[in-house]
Design a protein around this ligand. Structure first.
Ligand SMILES: CCCCC/C=C\C/C=C\C/C=C\CC/C=C/C(=O)SCCNC(=O)CCNC(=O)[C@H](O)C(C)(C)COP(=O)(O)OP(=O)(O)OC[C@H]1O[C@@H](n2cnc3c(N)ncnc32)[C@H](O)[C@@H]1OP(=O)(O)O
Ligand SMILES: Cc1cc2nc3c(=O)[nH]c(=O)nc-3n(C[C@H](O)[C@H](O)[C@H](O)COP(=O)(O)OP(=O)(O)OC[C@H]3O[C@@H](n4cnc5c(N)ncnc54)[C@H](O)[C@@H]3O)c2cc1C
Length: 646
């Protein structure tokens, strides 16, 4: 064990184990997660570091691993869905799996959209992995749902749908598992009796069940990408492919071609809402991994000098703390927000299953906004962590380049982040309702008292300084009032309309304000949820250290967005000047607990897969060992010497 890291652990002011229990949701859950993590000792999961393999080898290794995962699931008797997720997350490590889409999109779509008869047919096939599925929605030319071109036309004479990609731009593009899957849920514009009824989901067989040869369908892999090398994102061109009427999910077409309207057309989009909700928790996980690597490494790395003494740990540099500790605070904040998002998703989707769709718009808006907010922040955070590790952060052995490459498409898939932030119609609608005197419930209720507490541009000196920057509840209140930026967005739309612009142009001309409003709303939610969580934590030592992190999260956010807070007169210039001073104090308070705070995330070394983030801190000897395994070192003299240099 590296002596620096031992010393760090001795300095901790709280019980790391107890904090792990809080993050997991209780000691029993921690115990079970650790038991599940032991599967990594199974030699059948031994594999070559993907960084030393070609794309094709990586894909093959990933397919082997996915198949092993399924076989082992049965062997280990893991069947609870939450435990399956934990097991897969542990085994998957920092990479995606080739059967991922089957689990995260194909199966959930079947579960939520099959009727009884369809469930009876498809669920046994899909859960036994005879049917391997993907989710084919995006097209080469469009992602916007109303713009999708693939058609499904009902033919009552044969009781079939005819699926067609009429143009190049209508070719399905991006669905994972182009080579792996034999079926797809295909999203297509439904035509019956000559009329278009919008997007609906259809189950389409793509490949022969025994030979895996493609049916008369053009299907394949779209080629190498920024990351996602394990995943065979695919293309799919359908040329008048016929499928039985029974393959339409939720069966909205009667045998005579009559269309039966669903309770809400938006239910077809349910799988996306599910994944967007998941991505909030994934952001927390990846932020936590990145901080673990960067903070442990910073504790064992010595460089330069502060005083004329031996080289200090780089974690002692104030600038290093300023890079990493706000991200550490973010990892904790997002962990609690992830818990909230999961609970909210299951609560509201439970109501939806019971026929109560009243909270569907809120679920859509919250999951879209938080998905965008948390993935954007995490994406830039991973890169800050990588940079903070200097040259060794650039080595793939650190895992940070892989974490970045695998995570960055979360800002794009399941709805491009700007587009998701623009799903603020709900915010503007809520604002207008509140302004009209309606009492809002839930997370939007803060808009109820906006009329009394107008947040407008004020000269800061004209407002009393009511906010105590050391008081978290005051900071939450400030974020709440800043979230009323939605008022500015709504006003911008109004002004555009007064200029006789169309509703659509007024909206587009206010899009920057709308994204800002959405961002401010999400930021408020995160600060509030983090603060609310503190009241549940009884252990005084843990409460203290998390309160320090929550204060840092809130103040750092204000410092980054100082213009909003000043312009709205929420804080004065002298208070703004106090914030950097307080932030520096908080960095000092967090410093002795930094390593313990990342230890509490409790990532086993095999899951972290990072030489820099090793629990024992023995970085240098392992960096050397890793480098020696590089394929270029397989021979002392590389064949290129004989071919070109000699
Ligand atoms: C390192 C470890 C790895 C671990 C992995 C674990 C987990 C990760 C999970 C998965 C990762 C693996 C692979 C990635 C797979 C990726 C898959 C995909 O990307 S699938 C394709 C996703 N595509 C999109 O998300 C498209 C985005 N666009 C849209 O959703 C819509 O076009 C948009 C922008 C919402 C607009 O909707 P649309 O109906 O077209 O237009 P309108 O503007 O008319 O909207 C009408 C109203 O409907 C409301 N609305 C829209 N969507 C929903 C919804 N889902 N639910 C409820 N309501 C919705 C909208 O707000 C409008 O409301 P109003 O009329 O204004 O009231
Ligand atoms: C790794 C990966 C895996 C994927 N897996 C799948 C899958 O399994 N199945 C599937 O169906 N799809 C999948 N996708 C596709 C993914 O869902 C889309 O790429 C995503 O929805 C974004 O759409 P787009 O690529 O068309 O971007 P575009 O919408 O073309 O975005 C380009 C730019 O235009 C801007 N823009 C677009 N519309 C607006 C607007 N209304 N207002 C303001 N700005 C706008 C965006 O902000 C962005 O800056 C995957 C994508 C990736 C990268």
């Amino acid at each position: 064990m590296n002596p620096d890291i031992v010393k760090e652990r001795q300095n901790a002011s709280f019980d790391v184990q107890k904090l792990t229990y809080i993050l997991d949701g209780g000691p029993e859950k921690t115990k079970r997660r650790r038991e599940i993590s032991l599967v990594l000792n199974d030699p059948d999961f031994d594999e070559e570091d993907p960084n030393f393999l070609s794309r094709s080898e990586r894909y093959e290794q990933a397919v082997r691993k996915s198949a092993q995962m399924i076989l082992k699931l049965r062997e280990y008797g893991i069947s609870d869905p939450a435990e399956i997720n934990c097991y897969k997350s542990v085994v998957r490590g920092n990479f995606h799996e080739s059967l991922g889409l089957h689990y995260v999109m194909f199966l959930p779509t079947l579960y939520s959209q099959c009727d009884q008869e369809q469930s009876k047919k498809w669920l046994p096939l899909a859960t036994s992995f005879e049917v391997l599925g993907t989710y084919a929605q995006t097209e080469l030319g469009h992602t916007h749902l109303r713009g999708l071109e693939t058609t499904a036309t009902f033919d009552p004479t044969t009781q079939e749908f005819v699926l067609n990609s009429p143009t190049v731009t209508s070719i399905k593009w991006w669905p994972g598992a182009g080579k792996t899957s034999n079926h797809a849920v295909v999203l297509a514009q439904l035509y019956t009796r000559g009329k278009c009824h919008g997007l609906h989901a259809f189950i389409v067989q793509l490949r022969h069940m025994d030979t895996h040869e493609p049916l008369p369908i053009l299907v394949g892999d779209i080629g190498p990408k920024f990351g996602f090398s394990e995943v065979d994102n695919g293309f799919l061109k359908l040329d008048h492919v016929r499928i039985p009427r029974e393959n339409m999910l939720m069966k909205h077409v009667e045998p005579d071609g009559r269309y039966v309207k669903p309770a809400s057309a938006k239910l077809t989009y349910g799988t996306m809402v599910f994944i967007r909700s998941l991505l909030v928790g994934l952001s927390a996980l990846v932020m936590a991994k990145s901080c673990t690597i960067a903070i442990r490494y910073s504790a064992v790395r010595h460089q330069s000098e502060i005083r004329s003494e031996p080289e200090p740990q780089i974690l002692d540099y104030q600038t290093q703390q300023y890079k990493l500790f706000p991200l550490l605070a973010t990892a904790y904040a997002f962990s609690f927000v992830g818990q909230y998002m999961t609970e909210t998703y299951y609560r509201i989707s439970g109501d939806i299953n019971q026929g109560d769709l009243s909270e569907l718009p809120e679920l859509h808006a919250v999951s879209a906004g938080l998905k965008a907010f948390t993935t954007w922040t995490t994406n830039t955070g991973i890169e800050v962590c990588r940079m903070s590790c200097g040259g060794h952060g650039y080595s793939r052995s650190s895992a940070l380049p892989d974490l970045y490459a695998e995570f960055t498409p979360t800002c794009t898939y399941e709805g491009e982040n700007t587009v998701m932030m623009l799903q603020t119609a709900y915010l503007v609608k809520s604002y207008r309702q509140a302004k009209a005197g309606e009492q809002l419930r839930g997370i939007m209720s803060y808009l109820n008292d906006m009329e009394q507490r107008h947040v407008r541009a004020h000269p800061a000196s004209a407002r009393p300084a009511l906010v105590d920057i050391n008081d978290l509840s005051d900071l939450v209140e400030s974020y709440k009032l800043r979230a009323a930026l939605v008022e500015s967005a709504a006003k911008s739309i109004q002004q555009e309309l007064q200029k006789r612009r169309s509703h659509e142009d007024a909206w587009n001309n206010s899009a920057i304000d709308l994204v800002k409003a959405s961002d401010a709303h999400c930021h408020y939610m995160v600060v509030k949820l983090f603060t609310d969580k503190l009241s549940e934590i009884g252990d005084p030592d843990i409460n203290l250290v998390l309160t320090t992190l929550a204060q840092l999260y809130a103040l750092h956010g204000i410092a980054l967005n100082s213009g909003d807070f000043l312009q709205a007169g929420l804080l004065t210039v002298p208070q703004m000047q106090q914030i950097p001073v307080r932030i520096k104090e908080l960095l000092c308070l967090i410093r002795p607990n930094a390593v313990a705070l990342v230890d509490a995330f409790d990532f086993p070394d095999k899951v972290l897969s990072s030489v820099l983030g090793r629990y024992d801190g023995n970085v240098y000897e392992n960096l050397f060992e890793w480098a020696r395994r590089s394929p270029l070192n397989a021979t002392e003299v590389h064949e290129s010497f004989h071919k070109y240099l000699k």
